[in-house]
Design a protein around this ligand. Structure first.
Ligand SMILES: [Cu+2]
Length: 128
């Protein structure tokens, strides 16, 4: 009789341990879900403030991280626009545009014939 009781108790312990193991699996799944959430938070959108005058942009080079990039254009003198070569970004006058950009070097140029210095209105957008 005693041997049977011991066998039943030890089987019960095995079941308890198995149940504990199951809970650990659930916890590790939660941690993985948490990591997935963090990686989404890393893809933060970038903003570039670009100013134009006759006939130049305020910087020769603008640097952003790859992903969602928003460009804000403001005209400080004259009436200019921008287009970023190889992307959907196009702004005429003051405004903003957003595009998802892959790493690389893009040319920013004025897309409005704005006078004698129009051809000089070129800058570089570096996406890292
Ligand atoms: Cu122009």
């Amino acid at each position: 009789m005693k041997k049977r009781i011991i066998t039943i108790i030890s089987m019960g312990l095995v079941l308890l341990l198995a149940a504990c193991g199951g809970e650990e699996d659930i916890n590790s799944t939660d941690i993985q879900t948490g990591n997935a959430g963090n990686s989404e938070a890393n893809s933060v959108s970038e903003t570039v403030d670009l100013k134009a005058d006759n006939w130049d942009f305020d910087q020769d080079t603008y640097v952003v991280s790859a992903g969602e990039v928003t460009i804000n254009l403001s005209n400080e003198e004259g009436y200019h626009g921008i287009a970023v070569e190889g992307t959907d970004i196009e702004i005429e006058g003051d405004g903003s545009a957003t595009a998802s950009l892959e790493p690389g070097e893009y040319t920013i140029y004025c897309n409005i014939p704005c006078g004698e210095g129009h051809d000089d209105m070129v800058a570089t957008l570096i996406v890292e």
